[in-house]
Design a protein around this ligand. Structure first.
Ligand SMILES: C[S@@+](CC[C@H](N)C(=O)[O-])C[C@H]1O[C@@H](n2cnc3c(N)ncnc32)[C@H](O)[C@@H]1O
Length: 354
């Protein structure tokens, strides 16, 4: 049953009076009236907009404390993170970003199969109540509504489906693997991107490197796996046509899927990651052939790990920044801001060595 706010106050005050006497009742009355008045005032100030929820309006109009504190408490984000975003995006967009990162995440799978097999796989899952919706940018990608049921299913275990956000799939599209290419997947982890490269260019020679043996053990790129430190590259000069470095990062772009990230990190970590990313790029750079490509990606949208890093590289190395996804996004870099794209926060740069 819906009750008016004033009705709710009246009942709460009555209840407090019975339990705590007149002082308790006055206290509850004061708190609730102030809260309701502030919320209602705020709502009355602007034209109703269905895309802006009541809480958003309350936060943007509440100036009773420093604004960064207001967002930090209201949306549960560390203050240093909010301050960063406020400087870059302004008030409205920062709130939208925080609100979006608090939403339940959506998941995407990539299916490696013929069109007929794909139809069968989708039908199999749809019979179990899982909805597959064709993704917006990548051909073989589908948004799904229930992840747990998919990964527990024997069809998933057969290995034709990969859980991989569409933004991460776009990094491989930016590699643009071709027949005959010699490609390095640096920081390959379990090999999700190696598999996608292989799928797109069956005749490419792909090497995968990571320092984590447990991840390499699950990687299917048998025969071409290297356990090693990317910041101290074991590779000879000018041997790869393309290098994809999907570098370790602050991971701010995947807070929806891993909300603990925001409380684990501090601002210094962003700088620490950017120094490690630079060391990795510098160590791999000599191994790209002349006119070869370096594709750099991270699940972050912080400038130190993204554009600023590429600007810094420009002072040392000769390369042209190519648009990584000209047919999809005609931008110099691909930067996914989650509240705008509804994908993970992500960055892709494609550098052509001179
Ligand atoms: C963002 S994850 C890569 C995910 C992977 N590319 C994928 O698509 O599933 C970063 C990876 O870097 C690896 N890593 C971190 N520091 C490294 C280093 N110094 N040398 C090699 N690998 C490293 C981690 O083990 C982790 O697998």
């Amino acid at each position: 049953m819906k009750k008016s706010p004033y009705h709710v106050i009246k009942e709460s005050v009555e209840f407090a009076k019975q339990k705590e006497g007149i002082y308790g009742a006055n206290f509850v009355n004061a708190i609730l009236r102030r809260y309701i008045n502030e919320v209602l005032d705020v709502i009355k100030k602007k034209e109703p907009d269905p895309s802006i929820d009541m809480f958003y309006r309350y936060i943007i109009n509440n100036r009773s404390m420093p604004f960064e504190k207001n967002i930090s408490i209201g949306y549960s984000f560390p203050e240093w993170m909010v301050i960063r975003w406020l400087k870059r995006y302004g008030e409205e967009e920062t709130i939208r970003l925080c609100a979006h990162l608090n939403k339940t995440p959506s998941f995407t799978v990539r299916i490696e199969a013929s069109d007929k097999e794909k139809e069968d796989i989708i039908r199999h899952f749809e019979k179990k109540g899982i909805i597959f919706k064709r993704a917006r940018f990548v051909n073989d990608a589908y948004y799904i509504n229930k992840l747990a049921y998919v990964i527990d299913d024997p069809v998933f275990k057969r290995g034709a489906l990969f859980v991989q956000d569409e933004a991460s799939q776009l990094a491989v599209i930016a590699v643009d693997p071709k027949k005959g290419d010699v490609i390095l997947d640096a920081c390959c982890g379990f090999g999700t991107k190696t598999a996608q490269i292989k799928y797109l260019a069956k005749d490419a020679r792909i090497f995968s490197i990571d320092r984590d043996m447990k991840k390499l053990n699950k990687n299917r790129n048998r025969g071409n796996l290297i356990k090693g430190d990317v910041a101290s590259s074991p590779f000879k000069k000018e041997i790869f046509d393309k290098i994809l470095l999907d570098a370790p990062c602050s991971s701010l772009g995947i807070i929806r899927k891993h909300p603990e990230i925001k409380w684990r990190l501090n601002e210094k970590d962003i700088v620490r990651h950017s120094r490690q990313q630079l060391a990795m790029i510098e160590s791999l750079w000599p191994s790209i052939k002349k006119n070869g490509f370096f594709i750099y990606s991270v699940c972050s949208f912080e400038p130190e790990e993204t554009q600023l890093l590429i600007e810094e590289l420009k002072k040392k190395y000769k390369f042209v920044v190519e648009k990584p996804l000209p047919l999809l996004f005609n931008n110099r870099y691909f930067i996914s801001l989650p509240h705008k794209t509804d994908l993970d926060g992500f960055f892709i740069a494609r550098l052509k060595k001179q």
